[in-house]
Design a protein around this ligand. Structure first.
Ligand SMILES: [Zn+2]
Ligand SMILES: [Zn+2]
Length: 243
């Protein structure tokens, strides 16, 4: 008779032959049992640790002394304090997010949630931590079509890792067209009244609004505005990546 332990090892080895571990980025076979990224893909991710806009996190090519606001944020009254992410949405990072979101590669959620957690290492978050997370909601029709809300899935996993509650604090009431089809002024109009915050859930709390990618910041701004109007004491934005 085989011992239970031996049998377990054998089953693991056999499934390893059937499903050898592959890099989640380039799909190259990798050694080791942990699903994740190979060394090249890990190194290929662009970290956002250089000079960047203190409001929206937009990276800046040159040298910056003191705080810097990009041209896009310069004249805008934004409802969130700042937006942060550990990575740039380029190359392998962008590809992972796309496969997760549009091709339903749900197994990538763990890797992406770990990357979202890295965004919480921002010194400003550590100095003044949020009380809870609120995922950016999808319109019910879009959620039916996609079958999941990527922000909600990632927030749930990150919340469990960080010990932060996740609040269902926002509802999307209007089906909006993809923001990239609009010019800057139109984008804000397109989102007017698109979200409603749940007062009882958010009042008096410092919130981390969570999403997969921050691009123009107008969705995050519209959400943060509603949350503030419903009584949230502050809103910061944390995403897996910055567009
Ligand atoms: Zn790889
Ligand atoms: Zn900015």
């Amino acid at each position: 008779m085989f011992s239970a332990r031996w049998r377990h090892t054998w089953i693991e080895a056999a499934s390893g032959l059937l499903y050898p571990p592959h890099c989640a980025g380039c799909r190259k076979a990798v050694s080791g049992r942990l699903a994740g990224l190979c060394r090249d893909c890990r190194r290929g991710r662009i970290r956002l640790d250089g000079p960047r806009c203190t409001v929206c996190g937009q990276p800046y090519g040159g040298a910056v002394s003191g705080t810097f606001r990009c041209m896009n944020c310069g004249d805008r009254e934004l409802a969130f304090e700042f937006a942060t992410a550990a990575y740039r949405s380029r190359g392998v990072v962008r590809d992972l997010i796309h496969r997760f979101k549009y091709h339903r590669k749900l197994h990538l959620r763990h890797l992406l949630a770990r990357m979202l957690c890295e965004g919480f290492r921002d010194g400003r978050i550590k100095a003044d931590p949020p009380d809870a997370m609120v995922p950016v909601p999808l319109h019910p029709a879009r959620q039916r079509e996609r079958e999941f809300n990527q922000a909600e899935v990632l927030a749930a996993l990150a919340g469990a890792r960080l010990g932060l509650p996740v609040i269902d604090g926002l509802r999307r009431t209007r089906y909006t067209l993809t923001q990239t089809h609009f010019h800057r002024e139109e984008r804000f109009g397109n989102l007017e009244g698109a979200f409603v915050a749940r007062h009882g859930a958010v009042a008096g709390r410092r919130l981390a609004l969570v999403d997969d990618v921050l691009t123009t910041g107008s969705t995050a701004d519209a959400c943060a505005r509603e949350l503030r109007e419903a009584g949230a004491s502050a809103v910061v934005v944390i995403t897996v990546a910055r567009g």
